[in-house]
Design a binder for this molecule. Structure first.
Ligand code: ADP
Ligand code: MG
Length: 244
């Protein structure tokens, strides 16, 4: 479903991604774990072409693009297959909850407004916030805003959802409602999920694959058990020791 080949990203002299290869199967839930500054966010941003990789190819659901010859049309096509959930929610502050979810449907997918509204309401029910449809984001808690962020990501029926530390801006007591929602989605196996998170226990519980990244490289990937308890890689062992 997702296939990354030799993705490199440089900002000037700084190499942030140093040849990332990664494959995910349809419906797979993978967690990226690693120290900060390692390039995790940059990797997610390269997958949906918010950043242009310096080198490498990205394939999603059979559609492949090479960083060497990216046309605007390719970018649009690839972006349609992805959705991103950001650390800081990134909701439009001057739009209501319902409008926030409708926007990608009317603007990107060119759906009829009535249809979009019906679908947005169904998504609001799914994330348990139907009664907040006419609220502006500032009236919601961080946890509620992030649930809206997730509903908006689902609105475009992406092949893959990219979560960038979805709970790290939240007060501790609000983390669970968001993790619970992500857990529910992962159980539905409808779309592939790639989640950057520091919530190790959560990652171990829902991910069938853990990807350990450090300094722009994938050090090791495997099942939670393999990485946490059975790795023979010295870097992996020393990083994961803190979680055992
Ligand atoms: P992580 O998400 O693992 O914490 P990031 O992908 O955010 O890491 O950042 C990796 C490195 O790339 C950091 O050193 C960061 O300063 C640098 N970086 C990220 N985005 C840019 C940018 N737009 N311009 C220059 N450097 C950047
Ligand atoms: Mg980051």
């Amino acid at each position: 479903m997702l296939k990354l080949k030799n993705i490199k990203k440089q900002f000037g002299d700084l190499t942030v991604l140093d040849g990332i290869d990664l494959e995910l199967k349809k419906g797979e839930v993978a967690a990226i774990i690693g120290p900060s500054g390692t390039g995790k966010s940059t990797l997610l941003r390269c997958i949906n072409l918010l950043e242009t990789p310096t080198k490498g190819t990205i394939e999603i659901d059979g559609f492949s693009v090479d960083s060497k010859n990216l046309s605007p049309k390719d970018c649009i096509e690839l972006r349609k297959k992805t959705a991103m959930v950001f650390q800081n929610y990134s909701l439009f502050k001057n739009k209501t909850v319902l409008e926030n979810i409708m926007m990608p449907m009317t603007l990107v997918q060119k759906k009829d407004k009535k249809v979009a509204e019906e679908e947005a309401m169904a998504l609001l029910k799914k994330v348990g916030l139907a009664d907040k449809r006419d609220y502006y984001p500032s009236r919601l808690s961080g946890g509620q805003q992030q649930r809206i962020g997730i509903a908006r990501a689902l609105a475009v029926h992406p092949e893959i959802i990219l979560f960038d530390e979805p709970t790290s801006s939240l007060d501790p007591e609000l983390v669970n409602e968001v993790l619970e929602l992500i857990r529910e989605l992962s159980n539905e196996h409808e779309c592939t999920m790639l989640i950057v998170t520091h919530e190790m226990r959560f990652a171990l519980e829902i991910a069938n694959k853990i990807i350990f990244m450090e300094k722009g490289k994938v050090v090791e990937e495997g099942s939670p058990n393999e990485l946490l308890y059975n790795s023979t890689n010295e870097r992996t062992r020393s990083y994961f020791k803190q979680f055992i």
